[in-house]
Every structure is written in structure tokens, then in C-alpha cells.
Design a protein around this ligand. Structure first.
Ligand code: CAA
Length: 391
């Protein structure tokens, strides 16, 4: 057993969808002034799933490069965080475990608490690797964000998966012990089991998020956390990228700091590049913010990064990580940019068709049209069973 002193993110990889809808196309269809999307909510486009993509194919595509680089011998736990679950009983992680050929000596579980789930997974994973630093945990955050067509939430849809290998002596980011927690029972955003699209009280959800920022920061201070001016940057959950700016301004005001626009831009600006193009990926969003930051910042070695993970309903956690010396050699910047660039634009009519596409629930054989060019696809359902293929 090694004498590891630090624990955190050893590798991070993400995947997104086959298709993309621009906000310009959405605005042209619904008559919205484009400034509302580009400036008001800070979104340029949204990832759109092909009919043969879902949280499993995205999650497997995100995790496959990690397995290719590190092997899977040390992975004895897979935690799949999602709020767009495809089954009420079976973990989506088991399909990924199978697609990636992981060992049978492995525990696989799905975690849910809206967009916060991946942070719970990360913290639980750190607990496991602390117990046995020879083991690694594969954390997968995968979500498809869907609101009703023509609703206010529609412009904040998106889809992506982030996979993280959690280990002792990580190569990317050490996660620190101090953690600020906050839970409140609010109905700002939810999705009953019988619905495919989320329900949301938009303005209430923004207020609930801001309340959770203040609450988790307060607890973070009480747990012996760092002071605000120690942080090089802040990765917020980004349901739309403007929300990160609102949240940071709220945090600065709450903590009695001046909320200068240039300081806010400095703290947030490099975290939004991927989410502005992908849209809301729920559990994955805060870790896409981290990927964008690490890929773009000059050098963050040993610099603290603040994380604010928010999940409606609601749970939030404020915690910190530091970039590890040499981290830049382990980044996947070219692959990350390629994952975004490879998406094919769809027009608004095609987007609506894809949005409304679903399998019949009659238990028959329903092959899926071959659309994705990604490494994994949902080939169909048969006898109520989902059938996946690796290329
Ligand atoms: N040019 C520039 N800005 C413009 C503009 C224009 N032409 N027109 C409007 N705007 C601005 C508005 O002033 C507003 O800015 P502020 O928020 O700074 O005041 C912004 O654009 C949005 O305008 P509205 O509030 O009028 O927009 P809306 O009624 O369509 O609602 C929304 C926006 C609430 C985010 C809605 O898209 C929504 O419900 N989204 C889903 C819920 C959500 O994302 N909530 C976030 C917190 S909850 C969470 O984080 C969990 C999660 O992932 C869901």
C-alpha cells in the first residue's frame, strides 16, 4: 500500500453529442432577440443527442480514453451520477462497465441528487481511495438536459458526460478536505418519474441557487476553509454560463468584498468556454468548467481553485482543489476541442424531431436509426431491454 498524502482527480475526459443546435437558429424560430441568449444567459449553442445516443453512450465515450490511458486493473468502483436516468432499478454504470470491458470484481452504482450528484460521487470516491490508495474509482457524470419545447427552459438544454479517474497522488487536481455543505427542501426544479422533461420555476431556481451559494460558503468557512482572495478561479455549476457570473457576484457581496466586473471576469472567464457551447449538462457541468479552466489558463500549478456544485431541490457543496505540478502534461485539450467541433449542426425542424423522439413502450423490437458516429450507440430496445453496441 502506498503512503499517499493527496487524493483527487487523476484524469478527466469528456464527450458530447453528435448534433448541435445554435441559439441563433432557436432565436430565429421563436422570435427572441439573440442578445438574450448570447448575453442575457450566456449561451451560443446546445448539444443535441442523436436518436441512438443517451447517458450510457455519452458516459462510455467519456470514460473510454481514460481506460485506454491507464488500464482498468485498479478500478474496483464505478459511480455513475445522473439525473436523466434511463432505468428506475439498474445503474446506467453497468452498461458502461460492460461496454468498456471492466473487471467483474467491481462495484457499480448510480447516484442522484440533480446536478450535484457528481460531486457526491467525487467525495465518496475520495473516501474509498483513502481507505485503500491502491484502488482507483471511475466517476462518470452524464446527463441529457430536456425541457418542454417552447418553454423558457428550452434555451438552457444541453448534453454531455465527464469521466474522472479518482486516485491517490492524482496527476491533475488534489481535492482538499474542507468542504462547505448546504441542503434545503425547495421545489425549484424536479422531474417526476412519469415525465421525460424537467419542471422548473425558473426565477425561484436562480434564487435557490444563490441561497445555496451563501449557505455552502458559510459552512466552508466554519469548516476551516480558505479565504476568497486565495482562489485563482472558481468553477461553478453552469446551467447557463451567465449563472456563474451571478453566483460569483452574489458570493463576493455576501462575503463583503467589492464585486468589480473585471475581477469577476478574471475569476470565471476561463471556466465558461465549453458550457457556452454545450449547454446544461447537469451533473457534468461543473467539471466541464474545470476542463475549460485547466485547458485555457496559463499555469495554475499549486493554485487553489474553488468549486461550487449545486443541485436543485437542493444540495450544494463548496470545496477547493489545487492543480498538481506537471498537470498540463496530462490534459486532453485537443480531444476536448475536437469533441465540441465534431458535432453536426441541425436546423430547428430536425432538432424538434429529435427532441420528441422516443421508443414505443410496448416491449416489441425497436431498432434505433443509425445516426451517431461516436464509439458507442444505443442500437434499440427489445423486450423492454436496452441494447448497446461498441464500434
Ligand atoms: N440582450 C441582453 N440581455 C437580455 C436581452 C437582450 N436582448 N433580453 C433579455 N436579456 C437578459 C435579461 O435581462 C436577463 O438577465 P438577468 O438575469 O441578468 O436579469 C436574462 O437575459 C434572462 O432573461 P429572463 O429572465 O427574462 O429569461 P427567461 O424568463 O426566459 O428565464 C431562465 C431565464 C430562468 C434561466 C430560464 O431559461 C429557465 O427557466 N431555465 C431553466 C432553469 C435554470 O437553468 N435555472 C438555473 C438555476 S437552477 C440550477 O442551476 C439547476 C439546473 O441545472 C437546472
Amino acid at each position: 500500500m502506498s503512503n499517499a498524502a493527496s487524493f483527487g482527480i487523476h484524469d478527466l475526459s469528456f464527450a458530447t453529442t453528435e448534433y448541435v443546435l445554435s441559439h441563433a437558429a432557436l432565436a430565429e424560430y421563436n422570435g427572441t432577440e439573440i442578445g438574450k441568449y448570447h448575453i442575457g444567459i450566456g449561451q451560443r449553442s446546445m448539444s443535441v443527442c442523436a436518436a441512438d445516443e443517451d447517458i450510457v453512450t455519452l458516459g462510455a465515450a467519456a470514460a473510454a480514453p481514460i481506460i485506454a490511458r491507464h488500464g482498468s486493473e485498479r478500478i474496483r468502483t464505478v459511480v455513475f451520477a445522473t439525473e436523466s436516468s434511463i432505468d428506475q432499478a439498474k445503474s446506467a454504470g453497468i452498461y458502461v462497465h460492460s461496454l468498456l470491458g471492466l473487471q467483474s470484481a467491481c462495484r457499480v452504482v448510480e447516484l442522484k441528487q440533480a446536478c450535484y450528484g457528481a460531486t457526491a460521487a467525487l467525495q465518496f470516491a475520495i473516501g474509498l481511495v483513502r481507505r485503500d490508495p491502491d484502488q482507483q474509482v471511475l466517476v462518470i457524470a452524464s446527463d441529457v438536459s430536456k425541457y418542454e419545447l417552447d418553454s423558457p427552459g428550452e434555451a438552457t438544454q444541453g448534453a454531455a458526460a465527464v469521466a474522472m479517474l479518482v486516485s491517490a497522488d492524482p496527476a491533475l487536481v488534489c481535492i482538499e478536505n474542507a468542504s462547505g455543505l448546504f441542503t434545503a427542501d425547495v421545489m425549484d426544479f424536479w422531474r417526476p418519474n412519469y415525465r421525460t422533461t424537467a419542471l422548473v420555476d425558473g426565477q425561484e431556481s436562480v434564487e435557490a441557487y444563490l441561497q445555496a451559494v451563501a449557505g455552502s460558503w458559510k459552512d466552508y468557512g466554519e469548516q476551516g476553509g480558505r479565504t476568497l482572495d486565495e482562489f485563482a478561479a472558481f468553477c461553478y455549476h453552469q446551467p447557463f454560463t451567465k449563472m456563474a457570473y451571478k453566483a460569483h457576484r452574489h458570493l463576493l457581496n455576501h462575503a463583503g468584498h467589492s464585486a468589480d466586473q473585471a475581477d469577476i471576469e478574471h475569476a470565471i472567464g476561463q471556466t465558461v468556454a465549453y458550457n457556452t457551447s454545450i449547454g446544461n449538462s447537469y451533473t457534468a457541468s461543473v467539471y466541464l468548467a474545470l476542463a475549460a479552466l485547466l485547458d485555457q489558463a496559463d499555469d495554475l500549478t499549486d493554485r487553489p481553485i474553488g468549486f461550487l456544485s449545486y443541485g436543485s431541490g437542493s444540495v450544494a457543496e463548496f470545496f477547493a482543489g489545487t492543480a498538481v505540478p506537471g498537470y498540463r502534461e496530462h490534459l486532453r485539450t485537443a480531444a476536448n476541442l475536437a469533441a465540441i467541433a465534431r458535432r453536426k449542426p441541425v436546423d430547428h425542424a430536425r432538432y424538434r424531431e429529435l427532441h420528441e423522439w422516443s421508443f414505443p413502450a410496448d416491449g416489441g423490437d425497436h431498432p434505433t436509426p443509425q445516426q451517431t458516429t461516436g464509439p458507442f450507440r444505443l442500437a434499440g430496445v427489445s423486450g423492454h431491454k436496452r441494447i448497446y453496441q461498441a464500434r
